[in-house]
Ligand binder design. Structure first.
Ligand SMILES: Cc1ncc(COP(=O)(O)O)c(C=O)c1O
Length: 397
């Protein structure tokens, strides 16, 4: 009865979600303190106190018909102006409210961007390992996602492979910085090189090729690492941002999308994303949380919590003989499995009550993703299990 397109999705239901459910079943069976669930990127620290204070104050002071009402599909103009001002202050850009659309998280921003750009059969490139939903989002608009294989020494893009993958059907390239699942940050040099290749290819084919910059982890960086702002390097860029991780608000579904004025057909493109917002059925981003964001632009969740987790996990896994790049951002570690068969390793880890996600689901076999946005004690208590896994596979430092 269900559509052919959905049949494939139903039978292939997201591995991460499945693991999450499996984790809940294991917790019910063994007790949650004995299950070490590293499967989901669900922030484990509360939103900054100012978020709650702002919600209360808005509910008390604002006109409820405005606060809970419909507005322009792009969102409240005053909030979009504040977002634009904040970006301009931090990154030296020149945005106005006419460049900003409030979205239902980065997920909806990505869907609006793709709906605005993609014709059936168009190709979208991304870099493996990549966020598992990209393939589904691109398929929503009958596009085709192609993943460029990684350079596994650095997990920066492999430029030669990228250049040969771009063709006359390439409509967009999704980059995710800082990266889920590797925690790697694409450097300024990387962004410049990607921009240079795309400028060349646009000229060669006489097409517009967009970078869709998926940036929900922009603010989650360690030791002051810089995340280059892509619109400054490449005009045909759409930025998809989210407060799910920065403010620990994933369930509230709030973010924004940026269409810079320098982009090709920028005005039409902005109108197209706002229509996409309506047609997809979101209509507008949640009104109360738009207003909350307008007052909390200088806030962010306490990165020290994740930094502490990162140190303990990285130091311990390294000591046991696991190989992994120390993440510079986000809250994920992408660890090489001691066997090529990452699914086998995931199952072995389950025997230790450790839940991790196979690299295969990010298009990168032979690795697992550990989401360390968990309680510090969860990491401490999981270490004996990781050590036994290392011993079972004969790893040594
Ligand atoms: C790389 C990446 N993009 C997009 C999203 C979607 O985030 P949001 O909650 O903002 O829709 C996530 C969520 O985990 C993500 O990791």
């Amino acid at each position: 009865m269900i559509s052919e397109k959905m049949k494939a999705l139903v039978s292939n239901n997201s591995v991460i979600r499945q693991m999450f459910e499996e984790g809940q079943q294991m917790a019910a069976k063994y007790g949650s303190e004995n299950v070490y669930d590293f499967s989901l990127g669900n922030p484990n620290i509360p939103a900054p106190p100012k978020v709650k204070e702002t919600i209360i104050s808005l509910l008390e002071k604002e006109d409820p018909t405005v606060l809970h009402g419909y507005m322009n599909n792009a969102g409240f103009p005053d909030v979009r102006r504040k977002v634009a001002d904040s970006l301009n202050r931090r990154f030296g850009t020149f945005f106005t409210e006419n460049n900003i659309m409030m979205t239902v998280g980065a997920a909806e921003g990505l869907n609006c961007a793709l709906k605005a750009l993609i014709n059936p059969g168009d190709e979208v490139l991304t870099f493996a390992p990549y966020f598992v939903e990209y393939r589904n989002y691109v398929a929503n608009f009958d596009g085709h996602l192609t993943a460029v294989d990684p350079d596994t020494t650095t997990f920066q893009p492999d430029f030669a492979k990228f250049e040969s993958a771009v063709n006359d059907r390439t409509k967009a390239v999704i980059i995710n910085n800082p990266n889920n699942p590797t925690g790697v940050i694409y450097t300024e040099e990387t962004i410049k090189k990607l921009a240079e290749i795309l400028e060349k290819k646009q000229k060669e084919y006489g097409t517009d090729i967009f970078i869709i910059a998926d940036e929900p982890y922009r603010e989650l960086v360690y030791t002051g690492a810089e995340v280059p702002y892509v619109t400054k390097y490449y005009a045909n860029t759409i930025v998809c941002y989210s407060y799910s991780k920065t403010l620990s608000l994933p369930g509230e579904r709030i973010g924004y999308l940026v269409v810079p004025s320098e982009a090709a057909d920028a005005e039409d493109l902005f109108t197209a994303v706002t229509i996409a917002n309506r047609v997809i059925g979101c209509v507008n981003a949640p009104s109360l949380f738009q207003k909350v964001i307008g007052e909390c632009l200088e806030e962010k969740a306490d990165i020290n919590f994740y930094a502490k987790n990162r140190e303990l996990l990285y130091k311990s896994l390294d000591e046991y003989g696991f190989e992994c790049i120390k993440p510079e951002g986000a809250f994920y570690m992408f660890v090489k499995t001691p066997t090529e068969d990452d699914i086998e390793f995931v199952n072995e880890a389950k025997n230790e009550h450790i839940l991790v996600v196979p690299g295969t689901s990010f298009g990168c076999k032979g690795y697992v993703r550990i989401a360390y946005c968990v309680a510090y004690e969860t990491i401490e208590n999981s270490l004996a299990g990781f050590k036994r896994l290392a011993e079972r596979y004969g790893l040594t430092k």
